[in-house]
Every structure is written in C-alpha cells, then in structure tokens.
Design a protein around this ligand. Structure first.
Ligand SMILES: Nc1nc2c(ncn2[C@@H]2O[C@H](COP(=O)(O)OP(=O)(O)OP(=O)(O)O)[C@@H](O)[C@H]2O)c(=O)[nH]1
Ligand SMILES: [Mg+2]
Length: 482
C-alpha cells in the first residue's frame, strides 16, 4: 500500500481556523476517492515538499473529517489546497459534511481557483451520480466553469493510453467531463507509477496546466446565491411536511388513525415524487448542449447572451465565430415539447448526442451542405457534419434518432445563420422552408435592425418578428394544403 505517502498531520497541515489568503484549489469527491492522496501528490511537486494530508488505510474507511489546507505553488503563483471530507461518508450525514465544506468556502476570501472533482476510474455508478448531484446542487451550476474531473485508481493502460481511456467512458462520464469544458486529468496511481517516475510527473504537470489556465474565480457570492436557492427548497419541504402533519392530525381526529396514516403515506409519496423529479432535473444539468465561444470558453446554450461570438462554422481548417444577434425564445414552457435526440459517433470514436426541438423543427447540415430536419435524418444512413476537434468538419453517420420530452428550450440566431452545437453543424432556422439562403434573406431586416439597436429580448414569449414569420408561413402552408 501507499504507506510511504502517509505522514501524521504536520504543522504544514493547518485546520481551517483562519481566513485563507490565496486562491484555493478545492478537493471534493466521494469518501475514499483519493482526494487527500491527490493533494499530497500535488504538494510533492510544489515548492512545499512536505506531504501533509492524512490518507486513509483503505478506501472504504473515511479518513478526512475536517477540512485542512496546505500551501501550494505553481510557478511563482501561490495557492492553497484544501482537502475536504468525503461526500456520502458512512459515519457522518451529508448535511454535516456540506456545512463543513460551506464553512471552508466562506473562509476563502480570495475565492476558489479550481474545484478538483476526484472520481474513481470505473463505471459511473448511481451512487457516484448522487455524489456529483450533491456537489453540483451545493455549489450551483456555475461551479462547472471551475471544475476539473480527476480520475483516481487508474490502471497502467488507462494512465498511459489516455485516448483509449477516454473512449472507454460511458455516456454519463463523458457528459460530466463535457460539462466541465472537457477539463480532466489523471491522479497517478503510485502503486504503478511511484513519484519520481516520468509518467507520475506528467500526470500532475498536466493537471497543473489545466488549473493554471482556468479563467476566473468561484466566489463566496456564487456560493451564497446557491445557498439561498437551497434554503428556499428546504423551506418548501419543511412547509410541506408541516402541512402533511396538520392534515394527519385533522383526519385522525375525524376519521381515525388508520385512515390518517394511509392518507399521510399517500401525500408523502406524492411529495417525495416531486422531490425525485426535481433531483432528476438536476441530473439533466449533465446533459450537454454546449457551444464554443471565441474566447475559447465552452458554455451551455442557455448561458448565451446577445453579442456573444459563438463558433458557427469551420471552413478550410479555420474556425469561424459569429455574433448572436437575437434570442427569440429562452426558458420554460407550461407544457412539455417533443425533442429529437440525435445520437452519433464522433470522428474520435466518442458517442454523443444532440437534442433539438421537434415541435419547432430544427435543421442540421448534412454531408452535401444542404439542410435537413433533425427528425427526418435516417439512422445508419444520413451523415451529419461533426467537428473532429482538429478544425475540420467530418461527415458522420447518425446512429439513432429518438424522441424525448422537455419543458424548456432556447432558440437563437447568429449572423452567419448557423452554429456548431455539441460539435454538430446546425442551422439556426426552424419551422421554415428548407433553404438556408432563403431564410438568411428573410431574417435580413432583423439582422440589420439589431446592428443599430441590439435586441434585449430574452424571454419565453417568442420574439414578435419570429412569431410573425411563423404565423405567416403556417397560414401559407395551410392555404396550400386546403
Ligand atoms: N491503488 C490506488 N489507491 C489509491 C489511489 N488513490 C488513493 N488510493 C488509496 O485509497 C485510499 C483512500 O485514499 P484517500 O486519499 O484517503 O481518500 P479520500 O478521498 O481523501 O478519503 P476521505 O478523506 O475519507 O474522504 C488510501 O488507502 C489510498 O492509499 C489510486 O490512485 N490508486
Ligand atoms: Mg481524505
């Protein structure tokens, strides 16, 4: 075992009693995932050579009970690594652990530079999904911008052949890493690659580079924002519980204990179901609808703003970015809409999916650069154009087309009329004649207008001009059909 990595907490490991005075690198993850081990690996390559975090004897016993920090340097930049207790600890309830982490974050006056989410390199189990959900619910979605997945317990092959390792990820892992802007690294397994070995160092240098190149800082204010939302949810849950209890007392008094208990169980099951659905929605955070900005940031479509320059095409090996000039619709609907999920295999062998509304039929570009409704694509036959990650659009066969129902969507327009969403070259136009040039012309007035007066429309009511076009087009079609 990695006994030689273990050291009693020394004076270099400091319990968090004071404010932290450098940006923080936060280690989070499941109990036994290898957070403290990774912290020690990083400290060893830092200027501060003392290994300070306490590591457990085995991965089944929880070890870190209290957050502690150590100084860590990348080049001449100083950070503090904070090791936190594992989530879903067997001995301590999660609420307590989350409070401990919150207390920790509150002491980070300089904010958090990176959140290292340590994940065991094996199939992503439901339990791990719960851990991720818990962490994301706790930090809020914006935390994804600062998160890096670090895989621990990798075997020799996974560590040395990262391409193959990536290919072995299941959809959930891929989605998770995608959501983190494809930032991932390997925590070297010292049983196979002891410190001092080249591969061990390379893994850590790679992680250091990713941390160093992260933009921005996760602040206390961001955490506070999410905390408020969580408190609101907790208050609603408490009120529901109180209401159930009042109803129980009332029914018990009037109709007896047995009926009251049955009614209470029924109500509780209904309330639990609502919570379950909410949690599932949380999981959808992991679903990918990503676009790339000119700044290099990868964001969710729902985060797009008018004026953002988004990757709209790739031609002759050059990425083209285009302004978003109109967000015709964003947000929730009162009902669920049908979506087409296009499953495809990327040129690098990864499986991926793109979801497009079907009710508002969206177009994607196919092999010959003409456009086709997403719902009309033929699995196993039609080829869509997908970015190969090396500035080239490559035709790939659609694996599958399925339907899903969701109650929110975004519809936006770039000046180029196209966007690369989830790597797929897609048209910004929907519910319209199948001609990109014609639609480009139809949208000319609004393109011009927004040059002089940028659109501020950002709501779930369809933009009036788009609404007008849609109504006119459907009236025309109906007339034609009759
Ligand atoms: N084989 C192998 N063992 C590892 C690896 N990373 C950690 N371990 C071992 O797994 C056990 C748990 O590691 P820790 O670093 O204490 O895990 P932790 O996430 O800090 O756990 P808690 O503090 O309890 O939340 C220890 O016995 C480590 O030596 C790894 O990459 N490979
Ligand atoms: Mg630990």
């Amino acid at each position: 075992m990695l006994k030689w990595l273990w050291k009693s907490p020394s004076d270099k490991e400091r319990p968090l009693t004071t404010e932290i005075n450098s940006p923080v690198i936060l280690l989070v993850g499941k109990t036994g995932a290898g957070k403290s081990t990774l912290g020690n690996h990083l400290l060893r390559i830092s200027e501060d050579k003392t290994f300070v975090f306490e590591v457990s004897e085995n991965k089944f016993e929880s070890c870190t009970n209290q957050s502690s920090y150590a100084v860590y340097k990348i080049g001449n930049k100083e950070y503090n690594i904070i090791d936190t207790p594992g989530v879903f600890d067997t001995d301590r309830p999660n609420e307590e652990i989350m409070t401990e982490i919150a207390r920790t974050v509150q002491k980070c006056a300089h904010g958090i530079k990176a959140i290292l989410f340590v994940l065991e390199a094996k199939r992503l189990t439901d339990e791990q999904i719960n851990v991720i959900n818990g962490i994301i619910t706790f930090f809020g979605e914006k935390a994804f911008l600062y998160m890096i997945t670090v895989f621990s317990f990798c075997d020799k092959k996974e560590t040395t052949n990262t391409k193959n390792f990536e290919m072995s990820w299941n959809d959930k892992v891929r989605m998770l890493v995608n959501r983190m802007g494809n930032r991932w690294a390997i925590s070297p397994n010292s049983d196979i690659f002891p410190p001092g070995q080249q591969i061990h160092k390379e893994c850590l240098k790679n992680l250091e580079n990713i941390i160093y190149n992260l933009n921005g800082i996760y602040t206390n204010e961001l955490l506070e924002e999410t905390r408020k939302k969580q408190e609101e949810l907790a208050r609603i849950a408490r009120e529901k519980q109180e209401k159930r209890q009042r109803e129980y007392d009332e029914i018990k008094r009037k109709e007896g204990k047995a009926i009251a208990e049955a009614e209470y169980s029924k109500k509780k099951a209904e309330d639990d179901e609502i919570v379950r659905i909410e949690n599932e929605k949380q999981l959808k955070i992991l679903e990918n609808k990503l676009v790339k900005l000119e700044t290099g940031r990868i964001i969710r479509m729902s985060e797009l703003q008018v004026g953002d320059r988004v990757l709209s095409n790739i031609r002759n090996g050059i990425e083209e970015f285009s302004d978003v000039y109109l967000i015709a619709h964003i947000g929730k609907l009162d009902y669920e809409e049908k979506f087409t999920k296009i499953s495809f295999t990327k040129p690098n062998g990864y499986k991926d999916q793109l979801r497009l509304t079907t009710t508002h039929s969206h177009y994607v570009f196919i092999e010959n650069l003409s456009i086709m409704f997403a719902k009309d694509l033929h699995p196993g036959k039609t080829k869509i154009l997908v970015s190969d990650g090396n500035n080239k659009l490559v035709p790939v066969i659609v694996d599958d087309i399925t339907n899903e129902w969701h109650d929110e969507y975004i519809s936006f327009y770039t000046r180029a009329g196209s966007v690369i969403a989830e790597g797929v070259l897609s048209s910004c136009y929907d519910d319209c004649p199948p001609s990109q040039s014609l639609m480009y012309l139809v949208f000319l007035p609004v393109r011009w207008w927004t040059f002089f007066k940028p659109s501020t429309h950002r709501e779930s009511r369809l933009h009036p001009y788009v609404q007008f076009l849609e109504t006119a087009y459907f009236s025309f079609i109906n007339l034609f059909v009759q």
